[in-house]
Structures are given as structure tokens and as C-alpha cells.
Design a protein around this ligand. Structure first.
Ligand SMILES: NC(=O)c1ccc[n+]([C@@H]2O[C@H](COP(=O)([O-])OP(=O)(O)OC[C@H]3O[C@@H](n4cnc5c(N)ncnc54)[C@H](O)[C@@H]3O)[C@@H](O)[C@H]2O)c1
Length: 322
């Protein structure tokens, strides 16, 4: 099968490309390299350097051979920054996706898998979030992901677009040497960077209603997430009907303090994090039920925190060593 992966040079997208190639699929990557890296992309993939903001550029990716399905991973993912940059966020995530859908329609490509996010839920009421949970995104980033899901729903109604959205929780770890999350904001990269620069990592608030007072999040290993994309893509192409959305979570959370103590153990750098006041808008606990994804997408992640931390540290540190 031949798949187009937008954002295939990014942290998650490149893992998806490697997983597809391992299953002998052909891969075309569309990426503008705004945060992605050429070195992350498998050499077997065809690369079209293009921005989703320009439909004519996207068209180039459809020119050599028919695409069986698109895996749309490219996006502007900085939820905090999106509050100050709403126009930029909407342009990247909504206008970019509309262009992509338009070009797909022009080329009779009718299958798409979309990288959605836990951010569509906003303030959560349930301990373990089901897909039906009310959607109240708390920032422009989350809004754009929800709009993305609406675009797909409406494409399905209007012209038979076949689609599914994978709502990722906190994606961490690495299953490819040196491919790591390059975000300046995620917990893992913040702590690793601080440790390498000899600074003390910070915890934002230790007075939440959780076991140790720090926020609890559902951390999911990127390698297993990539494999779930492969299953979803193969099933869509095979005509198997999928749900419109899947929470890709583990049903189990880890507190920020427990992640940090695992980081101290794995890195061998002994540190006592500094506790600073809460950040506005950080919910106490965000954990998702991944039962639907287990049923349909072969989602069966290894939730071993040590493995997630050590694979991420290995990949992150490799860049510093090279
Ligand atoms: N990392 C997470 O924990 C997480 C959680 C939920 C959802 N997501 C979503 O998953 C997707 C991938 O996240 P990631 O962590 O791999 O981020 P990333 O920044 O590493 O990857 C994004 C990729 O998209 C490319 N890109 C961005 N804008 C583009 C554009 N206009 N045209 C073409 N290419 C463009 C970037 O160059 C990069 O290669 C994003 O859509 C993000 O919102 C990520």
C-alpha cells in the first residue's frame, strides 16, 4: 500500500514512517521541516518538502502514483503558545488541513487518519476519559484539533470520506535510534535539557488532589502509537469500518514527581526538583481509556515507565553526543 504521511519528519510522524516501511508499505512524506528533521525520515521514503498552507505544493505529493490513504500528522502542537498565537494556530492546523482535504478530493483519495489530541477534552470530569466525554478545549490548539475532527465528519457526510481520528495523550519514549521529541515544552525534553545544562528541573504545583500532589498524566510510548497507525491505515484501505475517534491512552497515569524520580534513576543524575506554583489551566489528572483502540487497533502498549524514560533519554542524549 502507498501512504502519504504529513509531518513525517517529526517525532511521531517519523516513527509512523519507519513502522510503515517495516511492513513493506510505500511512504511519501510531506513536511515543511518547521520542527521536523530530515535525519528522522527513513531513507526509503519519498520526501516532498512542502507546506500544507499551499495546495499546489501538496499536489506534488500525489503526482507520482495513487495514494491509498493519508496519515495526517503535521501540526502546530504548542498548546500554551497557541493562546498568544491563535491566528497562526488556526492557519496551520485548520487552513492546512482544509488544503490537504481539498487536494485529496481532487485526486479521489478518500481515506485519512488524523492526529487529534487529548486537548479537545479541555477540563475533564471523569477519572478515565472515554471518547464520549464532553469536548471543551481550553485553548486554540485544542479547538483546531476538534475542528479537524469536524472537517472529517462533514467530509464523510458530504462526499464519503473514510476517516478516523487518533486522540493522543502524552506521547513519549523512542523506538528508533536518535529520534526524539524536539519540543521545547514537553515534560521529558524540559527535564532532560535542564539536566544536561546543569539546572534543577521544576515541578509546577504539588498541591493537586493526587497521590503525591503533582499532576498525573497518561504517558504513551511512541513506538506502540506508530504501530496503531499502521493497523488503522491498513484497515481503512481494506474497507474495515473504524470508529470516528479513538483515545490512544493506557488507562493508567504517572505523576510528574514519579516521572522525575524515574529520570533521576535512569540518567544517574541525582536531583531534587524545585516546586514552583501551579500553571494556570493544568488539570490534576488526565488519563484515557484506550479500550476501543485495544479492540480495533491492536493497541497494547507497554506502560513500563522505566522503558519510556530510558528510550527517550537514550535518543535525546544521542543527539548531544553525536
Ligand atoms: N507529541 C504529543 O504528545 C502529541 C499529543 C497529542 C497530539 N499530537 C499531535 O501529533 C502531531 C505530531 O506531533 P509531534 O510531537 O510529532 O510534533 P513535531 O513538531 O515533532 O512534528 C510535526 C511535524 O509537522 C511538520 N509540519 C508542521 N507544520 C507543517 C505544515 N504547515 N506543512 C507541512 N509540515 C508541517 C513539522 O515540520 C514536523 O515535522 C501534531 O499534529 C500534534 O498536534 C502530539
Amino acid at each position: 500500500m502507498r501512504f502519504l504521511v504529513t509531518g513525517g519528519a517529526g517525532f511521531i510522524g517519523s516513527h509512523v514512517c519507519h513502522a510503515l516501511i517495516r511492513e513493506n508499505h510505500d511512504v511519501v512524506v510531506v513536511d515543511d521541516f518547521s520542527t521536523g528533521r530530515a535525519s528522522f525520515v527513513p531513507t526509503e521514503a519519498e520526501v516532498v518538502e512542502a507546506t500544507l498552507l499551499d495546495a499546489a505544493e501538496i499536489t506534488r505529493a500525489f503526482s507520482s502514483a495513487p495514494i491509498d490513504a493519508v496519515i495526517h500528522i503535521a501540526g502546530y502542537k504548542f498548546a500554551g503558545e497557541s493562546v498568544d498565537l491563535p491566528l497562526h494556530t488556526y492557519q496551520q492546523n485548520v487552513v492546512g488541513m482544509m488544503n490537504l482535504l481539498e487536494v485529496m478530493k481532487d485526486h479521489s483519495c478518500s481515506r485519512i487518519i488524523f492526529s487529534s489530541s487529548a486537548a479537545i477534552y479541555g477540563e475533564v470530569e471523569d477519572d478515565v476519559i472515554p471518547e464520549e466525554h464532553p469536548k471543551n478545549p481550553a485553548n486554540p490548539y485544542g479547538e483546531t484539533k476538534l475542528i479537524g475532527e469536524w472537517l472529517l465528519r462533514n467530509g464523510g457526510i458530504a462526499y464519503g470520506l473514510q476517516h478516523t481520528s487518533l486522540r493522543y495523550f502524552n506521547v513519549v519514549g523512542s523506538s528508533e535510534p536518535s529520534i526524539h521529541d524536539t519540543s521545547p515544552y514537553s515534560l521529558f525534553s524540559l527535564v532532560f535539557r535542564a539536566l544536561l545544562e546543569g539546572e534543577i528541573p521544576r515541578i509546577f504545583g504539588d498541591d493537586y488532589p493526587t497521590e503525591d500532589g503533582t499532576c498525573v498524566r497518561d504517558y504513551i510510548p511512541v513506538g506502540a502509537l506508530a504501530r496503531a497507525h499502521v493497523v488503522a491505515a491498513e484497515k481503512l484501505v481494506a474497507g474495515v469500518s473504524l470508529e470516528s475517534a479513538y483515545n490512544v491512552g493506557t488507562g493508567r497515569g504517572h505523576s510528574v514527581a514519579s516521572v522525575m524520580s524515574m529520570m533521576a534513576e535512569v540518567t544517574g543524575i541525582d536531583f531534587e526538583p524545585t516546586v514552583v506554583p501551579r500553571r494556570p489551566g493544568d488539570p490534576a489528572t488526565v488519563v484515557a481509556s484506550g479500550e476501543r483502540a485495544k479492540r480495533d487497533l491492536g493497541w497494547n502498549p507497554d506502560t513500563n515507565l522505566r522503558d519510556m524514560v530510558s528510550s527517550a533519554w537514550e535518543a535525546f542524549g544521542k543527539e548531544q553526543r553525536d
